[in-house]
Design a protein around this ligand. Structure first.
Ligand code: IPD
Ligand code: CA
Ligand code: CA
Ligand code: CA
Length: 266
């Protein structure tokens, strides 16, 4: 065994412990009163629960691995000279969380030498735990996970998300959305990119695209889709990496059709 494989069991245990610690905080604050602050943009919130979840997650990881590199949404970079990098979203779907909508989750990805090797997403309100290990497949509450079998994008159920601040661009979020709506293709907007990705992995949805994600939104979810047999790329069809803002993620079968619709070629 070489590389991360030797350390995988302990990494997985720490990852699971960390996400559960985050989940405990998220559950504790859900539907209670909590402080809300505003970041850049009109509705770009951060709540007391985001900070509490992040703190609990960091405590677990830093205790086990004080020398690992960490990137989180609310704290930012905690650089270290390490081959391991943890990428953390303490609450994905903060607006849902703040409105008492149980579609929000914690998302944690682990990179080794620049490759995503582990991804875990946990929705504590629905008790749904998604997990993937590079080359080992994906699971949903411990059971194997598989993408849908839909072959026609026009018969698909899709999902997307919109950025906090709208930027006018060619084939922008509204233009692409309009194309699908005109064709009568259902496009959901669940409000949590990590859940969007996991639901594609689970075959509940056939495809997901979004124009402006951050690494912590997609780090875990993109590996979960790949390991469930799906495909994840940028808008040009190149293999996805979580530092790329534009994502297309499908069951693989409708991937090229979805890319053509997004790029206005269909
Ligand atoms: C947001 C959610 C949303 C997506 C936004 C993200 P946050 O993350 O994932 O679905 O459309 O682009 O910023 O702010 O709730 O962690
Ligand atoms: Ca997020
Ligand atoms: Ca977040
Ligand atoms: Ca946010």
């Amino acid at each position: 065994q070489t590389g991360f494989a030797i350390f995988a069991p302990m990494l997985k245990t720490v990852l699971h412990e960390a996400i559960m610690a985050g989940g405990e905080q998220v559950s504790k604050y859900f539907n209670k009163t909590f402080e809300i602050k505003y970041k850049e943009g009109r509705n770009n919130l951060v709540t007391e629960a985001d900070h509490a979840s992040e703190k609990a997650i960091l405590e677990v990881i830093q205790k086990a691995y004080p020398n690992h590199y960490i990137l989180t949404e609310e704290t930012g970079e905690l650089p270290q000279d390490s081959e391991y990098k943890w990428i953390i979203d303490p609450i994905d779907g903060t607006i849902n969380f703040a409105h008492g909508i149980p579609l929000n989750c914690i998302s944690i990805g682990v990179e080794f030498k620049g490759e995503m090797i582990l991804g875990m997403v946990y929705n504590p309100h629905m008790n749904e735990l998604f997990f993937a290990e590079k080359g080992e497949g994906a699971t949903f509450n411990g059971q194997p996970l598989k993408v849908s079998a839909e072959i026609d994008v026009m018969k698909s159920c899709l999902v997307t998300g919109f950025p906090y601040t709208y930027i006018q661009q060619n084939n922008g979020p509204l233009e692409v959305f309009e194309r699908f709506i005109r064709e009568g293709v259902p496009v959901r907007r669940l409000g949590a990119a990590a859940i969007d990705l996991c639901w594609v992995a689970a075959g509940r949805l056939d495809g997901f695209y979004e124009h402006k994600l951050q690494p912590w939104d997609s780090a875990a979810g993109f590996l979960i889709v790949e390991e469930a047999g799906g495909k994840v790329t940028d808008f040009e069809g190149n293999r996805y990496n979580p530092y790329e803002p534009r994502i297309v993620s499908t069951n693989g079968l409708i991937h090229d059709q979805l890319l053509e619709m997004i790029n206005g070629k269909a």
